[in-house]
Ligand binder design. Structure first.
Ligand SMILES: NC(=O)c1ccc[n+]([C@@H]2O[C@H](COP(=O)([O-])OP(=O)(O)OC[C@H]3O[C@@H](n4cnc5c(N)ncnc54)[C@H](O)[C@@H]3O)[C@@H](O)[C@H]2O)c1
Length: 500
């Protein structure tokens, strides 16, 4: 197949104009067309302003700006794009409109022209079937803002020819964006992988385990994510996310792994869409998020603690906080447990401890138990508040921030991270994408501190498997069933990136 040199972009709204800029900067000649009069010319002016800004900040040479702008041609009529090697459509997200467009393009462009859709949620295969030759149709899914989000999903429809995918990969590789290949499945890689964070965060608050702000603080300050699930929902807009949550759940025939929670839909009805309307989960004042206050740190009291297991960092923090270790739980005022996947109640009973004395601390991520980290505490229903206060005050005195939650198998970080890893494993298991492309897609598309399979490898596949098995056993909820990809690699002691 000939190298792609000239591309056309149909629809120059938010995404289309970004795609035009990306392709022109990458060295291609770009024909820009929009059915709305003046829209394509307006997009070129917008891009000119963007490139000028890059020049002013010293990020682009004037000559490169001029060359990129010189490569953008505004097409007045759709017929003017006839000699493009590749056509990218970025029109409204409506299957009939996209199929109608593909049918028209079929009659305009040459037989070797590749046609692609930037759809987020429609089937590329369904768009392609409007063409006489569906083999030349694929998906190129970009992220907003296109010039900054340096990853593109290259989607192979049911009938897409392999050489079409090869030509697209070669074209994207000439730009600053990384191409990742995936099959035509709901959410592709990135929006599918993103379910782990959002749906589990929602479930935690639906169950009354923690507040949305607690979940976000733990995911940001403990797990190192750029944003917690509720900050992300507020940024994306709950009106948009609620639709995607339901679409992916339905598209996978109500697989409990993707099940949303009713509270999302009540909030949409209430118009609490997020940042763009000034209130979502958070309130926004002058565009800035108002952080809900945290629980007060209780007074320190001298007490004796018994710590099960060898969590040295935690023992050190408790001692620094003024507590005295004892070797026998019977002599302790507080029994500190560090369960993986169990709630405090199950862990207390399994260890034959008096539930009244038990406080559980999440020890999944070592950095959370270092000074400046954030510890998560939970206790049994019969543990007095004053007993939890002892641990809270000691950890705060040792320089930790503390999140107190209701008793829950897997605290916050264990639940959310295990779900993120499990979802990525299932994407690999279903051969939607290779492990490497899952990692690239998610770390670039969602900004996670590591790819999801690497997160699993760092924590340990065996531990992730244990957490999910305990979650499934205690809750009885099949949403936590471990992916076979995870189970096999955990049992064989292999990296989650091991391909088959
Ligand atoms: N906005 C995002 O974050 C995002 C991210 C990835 C993918 N997408 C997908 O990209 C596509 C475009 O989204 P957007 O946010 O840029 O929308 P948008 O509304 O900003 O832009 C759509 C543009 O297409 C034009 N248009 C509509 N029908 C047309 C037609 N038949 N022929 C020519 N032009 C036509 C409109 O005039 C408009 O300028 C959608 O399929 C969307 O799902 C959006």
């Amino acid at each position: 197949m000939a190298e792609i040199g000239k591309i056309a972009v149909i629809g120059t709204g938010t995404m289309g104009r970004g795609i035009v800029q990306w392709a022109a900067e990458g060295g291609a000649t770009v024909l820009a067309f929009d059915e709305r009069e003046g829209a394509a010319a307006g997009a070129k002016t917008f891009i000119s302003d963007m490139l000028q800004r890059a020049v002013s900040r010293g990020r682009m040479a004037e000559a490169d700006r001029d060359a990129a702008l010189g490569r953008i041609v505004v097409a007045e009529r759709m017929e003017d794009i006839a000699d493009a090697d590749l056509v990218v459509e970025a029109i409204i997200e409506d299957l009939d409109a996209k199929r109608d467009l593909f049918r028209r393009l079929d009659g305009i462009v040459g037989e070797n022209t590749i046609l692609v859709s930037n759809t987020s949620s429609l089937s590329v295969t369904a768009c392609a079937s409007a063409c006489r030759d569906p083999g030349r149709v694929a998906g190129l899914h970009f992220f907003n803002p296109v010039p900054l989000m340096k990853v593109v999903e290259v989607i192979s429809g049911e009938r897409t020819r392999p050489e079409v995918i090869d030509a697209l990969l070669a074209f994207v590789a000439r730009t600053k964006h990384a191409p990742v290949v995936c099959s035509d499945t709901p959410g592709f890689i990135v929006n599918h992988a993103g379910r782990g964070l959002g749906t589990e965060g929602l479930r935690i608050i639906q169950e009354g385990v923690a507040t949305f702000a607690d979940v976000d603080r733990v995911m940001r300050q403990c797990a190192g994510f750029p944003m917690g699930p509720f900050e992300l929902l507020d940024l994306t807009g709950l009106d948009v996310s609620a639709k995607v949550l339901r679409e992916i759940y339905d598209a996978y025939f109500q697989d409990p792994r993707y099940k949303p929670t009713p509270l999302v839909y009540r909030r949409v009805e209430a118009g609490l869409f997020g940042r763009k309307v000034g209130e979502g989960f958070y309130r926004y004042q002058d565009g800035s998020k108002v952080e809900p206050p945290e629980a007060e740190v209780p007074q320190r009291v001298p007490a004796r603690f018994f710590l099960e297991g060898g969590e040295e960092a935690l023992a050190a923090r408790l001692r620094e906080g003024g507590l005295t270790p004892v070797d026998d739980a019977a002599d302790a005022d507080v029994v500190v447990l560090c369960p993986f996947g169990d709630d405090a109640t199950t862990a207390a009973l399994a260890g034959n401890y008096q539930p009244e004395k038990v406080v559980a601390v999440d020890a999944l991520l070592p950095a959370c138990l270092e000074s400046g980290g954030r510890a998560t505490l939970m206790a049994t229903l019969v543990t007095p508040k004053e007993t939890v206060d002892i641990v809270h005050a000691a950890l705060a005195a040792a320089g930790l921030r503390v999140t107190r939650i209701a008793d829950s198998p897997g605290f916050i970080a264990q639940r959310v991270l295990a779900n993120i890893v499990n979802t990525a494993c299932e994407i690999a298991q279903q051969r939607i994408a290779t492990p490497q492309d899952i990692e690239t897609g998610v770390s670039r598309g969602l900004g996670y501190p590591q790819g999801p399979l690497a997160i699993g490898d760092t924590i340990g596949p065996r531990r992730i498997l244990d957490i999910l098995e305990r979650l499934q056993a205690i809750t009885g909820d099949p949403r936590y069933r471990p992916s076979l990809w995870l189970r096999r690699r955990a049992n064989l002691g292999l990296s989650l990136k091991t391909a088959e």
